[in-house]
Write a protein that binds this ligand. Structure first.
Ligand code: GLU
Length: 474
């Protein structure tokens, strides 16, 4: 085992959108494999036909690519252990199920859904954990034959021994103990003849020579099944590392859709840069052992070590993500910044981009925010008179400010200087003036540096907005 080449895998199930946490797990598997000169594999685990979502496989592969990540073997590029999609490997699993049945490590179960539901309800009412009661575990081979000959529906279950303690070595958590009395005789092959995830994954990890499995800790409870399947089939277990899942910043439980964006795709759609997201994710469960915080992918690959993975649940701190994103945005070239700008605001002109890039690059947290903050460039503003006079400005004063500004802006040169001069000459309070001016131009109190944005708005639109605001005060 020690000298086996490192082969890690990510095994997405095409059951919906890829979660941001999956990208973190994938990143660790990829970094470890690359660092050890090993291979990183993508395998699609699609044996659960009930939860299958059409198109989800392609979307998952695409979003991984959109994060700037790649794999060495997988469904689209093939590899020496192809196919990499479980539904294309069904014939491979047959041999192993036969072996387990022949050696009595698995058995046919003919119990109906109704019986199982009733059984579970009784167990629940008695305060017990639902577990198969092994009604079919002791059928004679004659009984089984007859039932099969009668075409009775069946599943195949694993036989778990009683009263054993098994100890698994986890690379993050150390020893994890399980009592087999808590382990169910789990279904290995469903009534439709398709293997369950646990069974197919154990076989594939073995056949694909996976050396290390780094995955979320929601899979810890399934480790005993993996252990027995592997033991019965004579497979060596891969080394296991179970990562703690992210906590919501509120400190209340896991991240969930109700509390904000969770899908990997939606973070990109919100205008987070993939490099910033990756950097943020690198540190959600791992530390370099130094104070270094900024890593690009290749630096991370060099620095990564399983020993520095944490047991403690990391908090998904969106403010920290914003901080990373701002940092990465400031490091973009103007050209790249312009490209993102255009992607998020397709109606913006090249000239507007040229004017706004120096104004906005330093202060943009994420690109989707620009849509809101630059709305005034493309739409008429909805005014709120109270907001215009928010700083306690009287209607008369605001009227005076706006009329004099309108006169001033008949000349659209040196705006910043001349506006400041106007304020000085009239002895106006700067804060008060800019609240009136900002709301008149943008309709809101929080805006990008408004005077610097005026050349992008243009003289005509600027004067039109100022006049509309002025009329509102009459
Ligand atoms: N197919 C499982 C999933 O969707 C993979 C679990 C594992 O990594 O073992 O997450």
């Amino acid at each position: 085992m020690e000298n086996k080449p490192v082969r890690t895998r990510m095994a997405p199930s095409p059951t919906g959108e890829y979660h941001i946490g999956h990208i973190r797990t994938l990143l660790y598997n990829l970094a470890f494999a690359r660092q050890q000169n090993g291979k990183f594999i993508i395998r699609i685990e699609d044996t659960d036909r009930k939860r299958f979502v059409e198109g989800s496989q392609d979307r998952i592969l695409q979003v991984i690519k959109d994060y700037g990540l790649s794999w060495d073997e997988g469904p689209d590029i093939g590899g020496p252990y192809a196919p990499y999609v479980q539904s294309e490997r069904l014939n491979i699993y047959q041999k192993y199920i036969k072996k387990l049945l022949d050696e009595d490590h698995a058995y046919y179960c003919f119990c109906t859904e109704d019986r199982l539901t009733e059984m579970r309800e009784v167990q629940k009412a008695a305060g017990k954990l639902p577990k198969y009661d092994r009604k079919c575990a002791h059928l004679t081979s004659e009984e089984v034959k007859t039932k099969l000959a009668n075409n009775e529906k069946f599943v195949v279950r694993i036989r778990i021994p009683d009263n054993q303690t098994i100890v698994i070595e986890d690379l993050i958590r150390g020893k994890i103990k399980f009592s087999t009395n808590d382990v169910d005789d789990q279904v290995l092959v469903k009534s439709n003849g398709i293997p369950t995830y646990h069974f197919a994954a154990a076989i594939d990890d073995y056949l694909m020579e996976i050396s290390h499995v780094i995955r979320g800790d929601e899979w810890i409870s399934s480790v005993p099944k993996l252990y027995f399947i592997s033991q019965y089939l004579g497979f060596e277990l891969p080394k296991l590392a179970h990562l703690p899942v992210f906590l919501d910043p509120s400190g209340h439980g896991k991240m969930s859709k109700r509390k904000g964006t969770v899908s990997a795709r939606s973070f990109l759609e919100d205008g987070y840069l993939s490099e910033a997201l990756l950097n943020f994710l690198m540190l959600l469960g791992w530390n370099p052992g130094t104070n270094q915080e900024i890593f690009n992918l290749s630096e991370f690959i060099d620095a990564f070590s399983i020993e520095h993975l944490h047991v403690k649940q990391p908090i998904f701190d969106r403010k920290k993500l914003d901080y990373f994103n701002g940092l990465y945005i400031r490091n973009l070239t103007d050209e790249k910044f312009g490209q993102y700008f255009k992607k998020f605001l397709p109606t913006i002109t090249d000239e507007q981009i040229r004017i706004l890039t120096p104004v906005l690059k330093e202060r943009t947290v994420k690109f989707s925010d620009l849509k809101e903050s630059l709305k005034f460039l493309f739409e008429d503003v909805k005014y709120d008179k109270e907001l215009l006079l928010k700083k306690g400005t009287s209607s008369e004063l605001a009227t005076d400010m706006l009329s004099k500004t309108i006169t001033l802006l008949s000349n659209f040169e040196n705006l910043s200087e001349r506006i400041l001069e106007l304020i000085k000459t009239n002895n106006w309070n700067t804060g008060e003036y800019f609240m009136v001016f900002r709301v008149a131009i943008c309709g809101t109190a929080f805006t990008p540096p408004v005077v610097d944005c005026l050349p992008a708005l243009g003289q005509e639109a600027t004067l039109r907005k100022l006049n509309t605001a002025l009329n509102l005060l009459k």
